[in-house]
Design a protein around this ligand. Sequence first.
Ligand SMILES: Nc1ncnc2c1ncn2[C@@H]1O[C@H](COP(=O)(O)OP(=O)(O)O)[C@@H](O)[C@H]1O
Ligand SMILES: [Mg+2]
Length: 400
Amino acid sequence: MGGELRIGQCVDRYRIERVLGRGGGGSVYLAESDTGEDVALKVMHEHDLTGVARKRFEREADFVKKLQHPNIVRLLDFGYTRESGLPYICFSYLEGLTVKEALRLEGPFTLGRILRITHEALNALEAAHDMGIIHRDIKPANVFLERRGGREVVQILDFGLAKALEGERLETTGLTRTGYRLGTPRYMSPEMARGEDVVEASDIYSLGLVLAEMITGHPVITEDMHVAIMLEHASDRPLPLAPEISASPLAAIVRHAVAKHVDQRYRDAVEMRAALNEIEPPPEPVAVPIPIPPEPDAPTIQMTRPVVVSDVSMGEALTKKMPRPPPVVQDDAPTVVQGIRIPEEPSTMEISADAPTHAWRAPPPPLKLETPPELSLWVAITVGVLLAVMAFILGVALIV
Ligand SMILES: Nc1ncnc2c1ncn2[C@@H]1O[C@H](COP(=O)(O)OP(=O)(O)O)[C@@H](O)[C@H]1O
Ligand SMILES: [Mg+2]
């Protein structure tokens, strides 16, 4: 198989579509299952033929299968390729970006987003720690921000380095072993860098580094030499933190999470989450109802969503619904806002019964020349009475 899978190639019941990522544990592909479902297929590197790498791969599948949690990627299937016997893990395919990719594209995150992401990552770590599993490779590339129906949901990936706290003597962590991953130096806990036993707080240290990176947009340690990075983690010196971190409301939490000594750090996810809950989240953008002036024949619509200036570029349909600017009294030209033509106000107006009449008077109704029927009756009666009175007076005069 030459190490890499080709686009269109089938691995058992999965057809490879494209590469999603490559890391120490294997290559991850977007694939389509025989039922038409999109999946993420992680296939072990062929050159990793040491027994340890294979065992780790199998153990990753075992851990993820056990860890069913809303913030941990879901395992769908596990198997060995028919062709070469390489192990593969089939995960649910996630749409979105890793924290690493999002930071590269968008720069530092907002406080509200950082709080949400850290909170959800801690939930996932708590679940893993409760099962006696330490992740050991928490870093921005292993924290996935899944886009789900307009929301962003954290999914922790890559339990390929994870270790069970109890009952496992498969390997020792140390710098002397070769041929497989030791972890990612930039995010490695001091315990791992020193070759000591890892504990729950080791994951907290790595998450503290991710937290700091979400605030500044760049890693706490920017050094490139692996040995220098690991010496920095292993030393007793506190990590140098950027001024943006000191200025952030999360400064104390970052410092506590990345404390070099385990006993000066948050003991576990629960402790760190409690500290996080003390931070006042910034107010979410408020949905402002925009009253829409009724248009002829158009149903009345109310928009209840934050007003975004860039909405002006969203086309005429939306722009028509924006509040109109004050009328421009100049010539008869249609009002134009940023190149989009606003329809003119209707030229006729209806005046309701209680509208002030001094402002705009309706034309008087046309004169009616016809005499109403009631008036003719009264005229006839009056004329009749007058004639009767005159006849009476005339009669009296003749007699006299
Ligand atoms: N379920 C998934 N859906 C989408 N992308 C994924 C998924 N799993 C992994 N990836 C992508 O592949 C990359 C490597 O996956 P990971 O499990 O971390 O493998 P490795 O052990 O090789 O680092 C991730 O950083 C991410 O970009
Ligand atoms: Mg990874």
